[in-house]
Design a protein around this ligand. Structure first.
Ligand SMILES: [Zn+2]
Length: 304
């Protein structure tokens, strides 16, 4: 064990992506399995099996990217919306089970860390990453350090209010007018169905827009303008050099979302951010969370 390899695990709502990662962010082996959500026991067992599959003597640490709130001081999970974790001592359990140091982080933070270390955010000290998939994940690097409140673990950028008393959030969020229900793939699918019928979805909407359909382009531009409201606020709070846009929907709809988003963002942002912030496409795709979890593992190893 020379400390050159770690296992990173991106625990998603439907699948577990695990990989052996090097300190330069290369994935040398990978394994994928379904996320079982019927009970905490079966979820933990699947996590262990994912790690078992990749474990070897050269693996020095584990890192987990988790899609829900964590207590980073104790390494315990809080109750989660999408996964059956209930105040579970995840860090301690995995450290005992595998005899390696374990690092935990929010999954969107892990993706931001990967882009910052080896992706589109290399060499930048302040960045905000927005992962636009079915939902919205947010990760922040601030002054050269991942932004990690002790309880909560990440920046819940999808749950800032952009419309007072607006659309309701889903799941356990009781909020209204939060950014998430306006800018995700799910929001695009709902808008597509309202405009083009029940068979349409975000993918169809993007294809129509690519083909020049004016209505589709207008819908995506409107989604982009909501995104710009959030981005302008994040520019004012975090003063990022870069705002990275990732996620399946964010990358696929980039050309239709970003002109409107940038226009609104620059209206809302104060100087100097208005003039300096750049909006950039994320580079690592769906591997970002897994690679980032690997970096979180090395962080835990090096902190020992
Ligand atoms: Zn919300």
């Amino acid at each position: 064990m020379d400390g050159s390899h770690a296992i990173g695990v991106d625990l998603g709502g439907t699948k577990i992506l695990a990989g052996v990662v090097t300190r330069t962010g290369e994935i040398v082996r990978r394994h994928e399995r379904p996320t079982l959500t019927d009970s905490q026991d079966s979820l933990v067992r699947e996590l262990e099996l994912a790690v078992d599959e990749l474990m070897s003597p050269d693996v020095a640490a584990l890192g987990l990217g988790v899609p829900g709130p964590l207590d980073l001081r104790t390494g315990r999970t809080f109750d989660m919306v999408n996964l059956p974790f209930h105040d579970f001592p995840l860090r301690e359990h995995m450290a005992e089970r595998f005899g390696r140091p374990v690092g935990l982080d929010n999954d969107a933070n892990a993706a931001a860390i990967a882009e910052w270390r080896v992706g589109a955010g290399r060499g930048v000290d302040d960045l905000v990453m927005l992962t636009l998939g079915t939902g919205l994940g947010g990760g922040v690097i601030s002054n050269g350090t991942p932004f990690r409140p002790a309880r909560g673990a990440g920046a819940e950028l999808g749950h800032v209010v952009i419309v007072h008393d607006g659309r309701p959030c889903q799941g356990s969020c009781t909020g209204r007018g939060h950014l998430e229900p306006y800018v995700t793939g799910l929001a695009a699918t709902k808008a597509a169905q309202a405009a083009f019928g029940p068979e349409a979805d975000a993918r169809v909407l993007i294809r129509l827009a690519d083909d020049g359909d004016e209505q589709a382009r207008t819908i995506l531009a409107e989604i982009g303008s909501y995104l710009g409201s959030g981005m302008g606020s994040f520019a004012n709070i975090f003063a990022p050099e870069l705002i990275l846009i990732g996620g399946g929907f964010g990358v696929a709809a980039w050309a239709h979302l970003i002109p409107a988003a940038e226009h609104v963002m620059r209206r809302e942002a104060l100087r100097p951010m208005r003039d300096t912030v750049r909006v950039v496409r994320a580079e690592l795709g769906t591997d970002a969370g897994l690679i980032g979890a690997g970096f979180v593992a090395f962080e835990a190893l090096d902190a020992q």
